[in-house]
Design a binder for this molecule. Structure first.
Ligand code: DIG
Ligand code: MN
Ligand code: MN
Length: 397
């Protein structure tokens, strides 16, 4: 792709580097374009070939569900051979495995959920499968384990009480935290929310639900969140706000980047392709706070794409992130923008400070006279501030 002028007129370089920490799930490039109304349009893309392509296009990491790599009924011998060859492919391409996860949603046995299923045998199998997926991830060097409860939900609430589902989920996560400790894997668990699809309603529908759930666990320090742009957007939420709250709580353990038009099924679009302005505020936040985790793209190419188009999709995710990262740097250096920020945050003299409560402070606050007319005269030039942002994003500033 062409290089445009970047910061200070230097040739911009939007080529990804390992230090950008861009990662993709095997399932993203392997997506063959099936949807509920149509069959696959692309050939299978074997894991070891995906790793090679990721290395070629500058990605840092590759992530996987257990069965993205090892078929569910593989024998131990077959499993070990597959893992050995995959590790060799990763070493050959210089691609690392930062995150592992488990498919508790594809096999029909999970049709009623996994950890929250009504059948205790399914719940037990879900635990066993997850433990084995943790073993696999640890073997590949992963230190983050994502849990997405895609089937943990209902079409009818006649099937179980919703608080019983919470209890079952807590029991499973507590158990897996103990397994993590016993095995000395050093995982941090990242819980991923989604409001619906494939179930009519999914428990723990948003990142906020998980932030309320985590403190009730036996090992809350071991558990964080993996917010996904598309999922929070499906719920009609401002994605960056949820990410900011998770970050502020020390719980942003991973992130799933993609894009999504509101009010639609989970589109998992190329990052920044639908809402570049929302993507900008997200990238700006992650870079401003110094987020050092993986920039993971949980997305896939349009069904209309061929194999080359899948590479275009993956390059586009990383390119857009780097373009928006540069825009964020320029926003932070823009004199007019920064002057407005300084003005709108300025406090009039002798305004009582809020901060922590004190008897003296409270008395002073209660005694203070507020001149509401003077407060109303303070301008809030947000239209100008936002237009300057739009100018910058549209490349005319
Ligand atoms: C879907 O958004 C989920 C699954 O693909 C996976 O479990 C998780 C990992 O990022 N995202
Ligand atoms: Mn999704
Ligand atoms: Mn995801």
């Amino acid at each position: 792709m062409s290089k445009k002028n970047g910061k200070n007129g230097k040739q911009a370089n939007y080529e990804p580097k390992p230090e950008d920490k861009f990662s993709f799930g095997l399932w993203t490039l392997a997506n063959r374009g099936r949807d509920p109304f149509g069959d696959a349009v692309r050939p299978t893309f074997p894991p070891n070939d995906i790793v090679q392509v990721l290395g070629e296009i500058g990605a840092w990491g590759v992530n996987l569900h257990d069965n993205d790599l090892v078929p569910i009924d593989a024998t131990p011998k077959e499993r070990d051979k597959i893992v050995r060859e995959f590790r060799a492919a990763c070493n050959e391409s210089g691609v690392v495995v930062p995150m592992a996860t488990v498919s508790l949603f594809f096999h029909p046995v999970f049709r009623d959920g996994a950890f929250t299923a009504n059948d205790p045998e399914v719940r037990a199998y879900a635990l066993q499968k997850t433990m084995r997926a943790m073993d696999l991830g640890a073997e590949l060097g992963a230190k983050i384990f994502v849990l997405w409860g895609g089937r943990e939900g209902v079409e009818t609430d006649a099937c179980r009480r919703a608080d019983e589902a919470v209890k079952r989920l807590r029991e499973a996560v507590n158990y897996l935290c103990e397994y993590n400790i016993a095995q000395k894997y050093g995982y941090r668990f990242a819980m991923e929310a989604k409001p619906n699809e494939p179930r009519g309603d999914i428990y723990m529908a948003t990142t906020g639900h998980y932030l309320g759930f985590i403190p009730t666990l036996d090992h809350p320090e071991m558990v964080g969140v993996n917010p996904e742009f598309a999922h929070e957007t499906m719920a009609g939420l401002n994605f960056m706000h949820g990410v900011a709250q998770a970050w502020e709580a020390g719980k942003l353990f991973h992130i799933d980047l993609n894009d999504q038009y509101p009010g639609r099924y989970d589109q998992d679009l190329r990052f920044g392709s639908a809402n570049p302005k929302s993507a900008f505020w997200l990238v700006k936040f992650l870079e401003d706070v110094g987020y050092d985790g993986p920039r993971h793209f949980d997305a896939h190419a349009y069904r209309t794409e061929n194999c080359e188009g899948v590479k275009d999709f993956a390059r586009g995710c990383m390119r857009t992130y780097l373009i928006l990262k540069e825009k964020a740097e320029r926003w932070n250096e823009d004199r007019e923008i920064q002057a407005i920020l300084k003005e709108i945050s300025a406090a009039a003299p002798n305004v009582p400070k809020n901060g922590r409560y004190s008897e003296k402070g409270a008395q002073s606050l209660l005694a203070h006279g507020f001149d509401k007319d003077a407060m109303l005269r303070k301008r809030l030039p947000y239209e100008l501030l936002d237009q300057l942002t739009v100018d910058l994003l549209l490349g005319v500033r």
